[in-house]
Design a protein. Structure first.
Length: 124
């Protein structure tokens, strides 16, 4: 299963990161996506908030380029592997491996579309 972090640059020049994750081995056309302010693969804090976005098309796992309907552009900044995932209705435990190493995150929906991710790496 794959995971990708995209830098999404909007037409006004501002940007954020979109974190896409394949959370199971089923080939679904759309996959869970979170808007994050920092790169989860090299986050220095032990937690961060994310906005759960509508599921994105699988093709964005390896797409860099312009977006239709004047939504700006995206650029892949990290690709990795979802080692394992446990998914609940409003919870997520995910272990992801990027070039920088493996990180484990616990996430919970805290309000509406806002989720909080906590690093649960054993060596922290």
């Amino acid at each position: 299963m794959r995971t990708t972090v995209l830098q999404h640059t909007l037409p006004d020049g501002s940007s954020h990161f979109d974190w896409l994750m394949e959370l199971d081995s089923v080939e679904r056309p759309r996959i869970p996506t979170f808007r994050v302010s920092e790169r989860p693969h090299d986050a220095v804090r032990d937690h961060f908030d994310a906005e759960r976005l509508p599921d994105h098309r699988r093709r964005y796992l390896d797409y860099s380029g312009p977006l239709s309907r004047d939504r700006g552009s995206v650029k892949v900044v990290a690709m990795g592997t979802v080692v394992r995932a446990q998914v609940g209705a409003a919870t997520l435990r995910v272990e992801v491996s990027f070039d920088q190493g493996t990180r484990r995150w616990d996430a919970r929906c805290v309000h509406g579309s806002t989720w909080r991710f906590w690093c649960i790496d054993e060596n922290d």
